[in-house]
Ligand binder design. Sequence first.
Ligand SMILES: Cc1cc2nc3c(=O)[nH]c(=O)nc-3n(C[C@H](O)[C@H](O)[C@H](O)COP(=O)(O)O)c2cc1C
Length: 172
Amino acid sequence: MLGEGTSASVKDHVTPGAFRTVMGQFCSGVTVVTAMGPEAPVGFTCQAFASLSLDPPRIVLGVSRSSTSWPVIRSGAEFCVNVLAQHQRALSDQFARSGGDKFRGVGWSGSPAGSPRLAGASAWIDCRPHAEYDGGDHLVVIGEVCRVETPAEPRPPLLYHRGRYARIADCP
Ligand SMILES: Cc1cc2nc3c(=O)[nH]c(=O)nc-3n(C[C@H](O)[C@H](O)[C@H](O)COP(=O)(O)O)c2cc1C
């Protein structure tokens, strides 16, 4: 039942491995969430991203409690959700590591608030941190959308499915 925690039978039957395999059937896009930290830009690859509310415009992210970038991002005024295009697999891998200079060799420009907008992405969604909830080993993060932008020519998206990158064959 909602709000009563995880029952023993759920823990017994839905192992993390089985859950990961089943959830891998659900195809998603890939984003990199970025912000300008006090010393340097920060960012991490994030697949758990969705539109949440149209009015007011809000998005939701699932952020691992082990993320080292998120505490920096959440303490700032704004962050940017960069929706990756299909040619950006290497960029996704580069931002899926903890530590080091993830922005080395990466082209980007600052949003009006200074959040890095990664060059070549298929959309940029500037957000303010709005709310954060316990989601288990991940946080449920809600962002208030304050600005959106897309490139003049639409770019096909990078997909993630069954633990692998993929592309849409019939995407314009
Ligand atoms: C395709 C892909 C999708 C990912 N999706 C998420 C996600 O939705 N949430 C998350 O917290 N981490 C996700 N990660 C893992 C983080 O990018 C990774 O843990 C990263 O090291 C975190 O960096 P940080 O410690 O600088 O925050 C994903 C990684 C990959 C490769």
